[in-house]
Design a protein. Structure first.
Length: 371
């Protein structure tokens, strides 16, 4: 995005770098119009894409998960959630340690896998939870499940969520459980996010209040603090999330399925794994025909992102980039260029208009794409 340099992201380019460094075979994404949004090495844009395509800016300041997902739902922040490049303030950590009855380890920005390599053995010896952050607005607490049982870790996170308010109101507190032995630690899939309360009006509330179903897949319910969610479905990894999505769209209901694919950031972007990231895109690409095949008349599939996470680096954090928008479905016009949207809230406004509702933020593109 034009302001990427302000975030230290001037040269970062998630999709472009993956195509350049690794190469990408994504025929279904290409068929929908991905390569028509911008030139991508090795991907030839079709003259007549099957979907509508474009890109969107993140209008909110920052580049974190909460800001991106909230903006899709029509919440545009006037200031970013706080980040802690030098760790959390000593007075805050003292209050936290007193409240949980334990000293802590860490308190600096780090990769989740690296910090448990570095401090996991000491954690097991002392019983002290590992606290760390990133370029995102997060307070992360890692603990071995045999040292601090999972319910105790969740209790500790809830204490942190209460303390992290006012100027320290981070976007999310995240439980990061792991297992294993020194040299062979592995994070488990019992992660849990504790978000802040989303302000109103918000797309998910509008849909639920109108009597529509809102299925949240993966960490979506956590990001929105379960607001507006009528059904929570598992999505501990990309494959499970995609399978949950197919199951949800097969149901005879009216509403929205909101799915987050967690592997891109968690396993590949933050770990600077270009090969893994590219392979994950190709795996999702191969699943697109299944997703599209489950669409019924009147259904629409929108594929987008909440921010960038360039696996080439140099940073392991999220990156301030435009995100793609690909829309398709039985009633969606082919080959519509949506251009550059001013905000991700345009997606929420489009969904709201589809159900005869009005979301104050964003400009709907429904009229541009529906036959």
């Amino acid at each position: 995005m034009p302001d990427a340099a302000d975030y230290g992201d001037a040269e970062r380019d998630t999709l472009g770098h993956i195509c350049e460094r690794r190469g990408l075979r994504a025929p279904n994404f290409v068929r929908l119009g991905l390569a028509n949004i911008r030139p991508l090495a090795g991907l030839a844009p079709p003259p007549s894409p099957e979907g509508a395509y474009g890109k969107a800016s993140l209008l909110s300041p920052g580049k974190d998960t909460t800001a991106g997902h909230w903006e899709m739902a029509g919440i545009i922040l006037d200031r970013p959630f706080p980040t802690y490049p030098h760790g959390f303030p000593p007075d805050l950590m003292e209050k936290f340690e007193a409240a949980i009855g334990r000293k802590t380890l860490g308190n600096f920005p780090a990769s989740g896998t690296e910090i448990i390599k570095q401090l996991g053995e000491e954690h097991m010896r002392t019983g002290r939870p590992i606290v760390y952050t990133s370029g995102d607005s997060v307070f992360q607490i890692a603990a071995h499940e045999e040292i601090i049982p999972i319910e105790e870790l969740y209790r500790i996170c809830k204490i942190a969520r209460v303390l992290l308010d006012g100027p320290n109101r981070v976007g999310r507190v995240i439980a990061r459980p792991f297992i294993g032995t020194p040299g062979a630690f592995r994070r488990t899939e019992r992660r849990h996010d504790y978000a802040v309360e989303p302000p109103r009006p918000m797309l998910l509330d509008l849909l639920k209040d109108a009597g529509l179903e809102v299925a949240g897949v993966g960490k979506i319910p956590d990001i929105f603090l379960n607001r507006g969610i009528t059904q929570s479905l598992p999505g501990k990894n990309n494959r499970q999330a995609l399978e949950s999505t197919v199951s949800a769209i097969a149901e005879d209901t009216r509403g929205m399925v909101f799915t987050n694919l967690v592997d891109f950031d968690m396993l590949y972007g933050h770990r600077l794994d270009v090969e893994g990231y590219g392979r994950a895109i190709e795996e999702v690409d191969a699943f697109i025909p299944t997703l599209r095949g489950g669409l019924k008349p009147g259904d629409m599939l929108i594929i987008t992102a909440d921010h960038g996470c360039d696996p080439v680096g140099p940073s392991t954090d999220h990156s301030r980039e435009y995100v793609p928008i690909l829309a398709s479905g039985p009633g969606v016009r082919s080959g519509v260029n949506l251009g550059t949207r001013a905000t991700l809230a345009d997606i929420g406004a489009t969904i709201a208009e589809n159900f005869g509702l009005d979301l104050p933020k964003g400009k709907s593109f429904l009229g541009e794409i529906i036959n």
